[in-house]
Design a protein around this ligand. Structure first.
Ligand code: 13P
Length: 249
């Protein structure tokens, strides 16, 4: 049985006050015990999030990292720094990083390796654009992104990732993939992972992201190959995020 994981991705949003509000709201056992919950906050909020959520079951994570361990890379943040500030997970290859910051598959792989080297859990994000979907290239694009990373890892490394399928056309648009559309791609990803190892495929959590909300989470999470969510906008409101976590329980 795969324990569901609901991860909030605040992107470049939020504040220290919001970190505190989440800490207060989740402190009293509000979260279901059979769901793992994570919040991926901006770098400056990592330590405060660790403190505010310290009494809860929520894991704190970051949204990207450098592929280098240290050095003259002004503005960059290393995996070791993230770990020292309390992050245990890190998003890698989010479509906003791929499209706005030019991270290609090689850059994504280098960041996955940097995260693994510091015992951070990389959440590998994959997904197709609308143009790619309309050209019926969804599977080729998504599995290509998965293989670009998994081909280059060894067996023990592969088992330490989480994978999030986020169709680019569903991110921040209010246009969610239907549960059936999402399930088809999740099943294809699991099939792809099975070519490396059946046990890997059976154990790997596959999260869906893209306009997941309190009112559509349950039907997405009911799909056999959807094991959680990567939630953007709805993770900025305590009540909405809590409702999504509860629908996974
Ligand atoms: P939205 O939930 O705002 O569509 O964002 C999804 C996302 O990109 C999470 O990483």
């Amino acid at each position: 049985m795969r324990m569901p994981l609901i991860a909030g991705n605040w992107k470049m949003n939020g504040s220290l006050a919001l970190v505190e509000a989440f800490g207060r709201a989740f402190a009293d056992g509000a979260l279901p015990v059979n769901v793992e919950v994570a919040l991926m906050v901006p770098f400056p909020f990592l330590e405060a999030a660790g403190r505010a959520l310290g009494e809860t079951s929520v894991t704190v994570g970051a949204q990207t990292l450098s592929d280098r361990p240290s050095g003259a890379f002004t503005g960059e943040v290393s995996a070791a720094m993230l770990r020292e500030c309390g992050a245990r997970l890190v998003l890698v290859g989010h479509s906003e990083r791929r499209t706005l910051f030019g991270e290609d598959d090689a850059a994504v792989l280098a960041r996955v390796k940097a995260a693994l080297a510091e015992r951070l859990t990389p959440v590998l994000c994959v997904g197709e654009t609308l143009e790619e979907r309309e050209a019926e290239r969804t599977e080729a694009v998504v599995l290509g992104q998965v293989e670009a990373v998994f081909d280059a890892l060894d067996e023990s490394e592969r088992a330490r990732l989480e994978v999030a399928y986020e169709p680019v056309w569903a991110i921040g648009t209010g246009r969610t993939a239907s549960p059936e559309q999402a399930q088809v791609v999740h099943a294809a990803i699991r099939g792809c992972l099975a070519r490396y190892d059946q046990a890997l495929a059976g154990g790997m959590r596959l999260l869906y992201g893209g306009s997941m909300k309190a009112d559509n989470a349950a039907e997405l999470l009911a799909q056999p190959d959807i094991d959680g969510g990567l939630v953007g906008g709805a993770s900025l409101k305590v009540d909405d995020f809590l409702a999504i976590c509860q629908s996974a329980g």
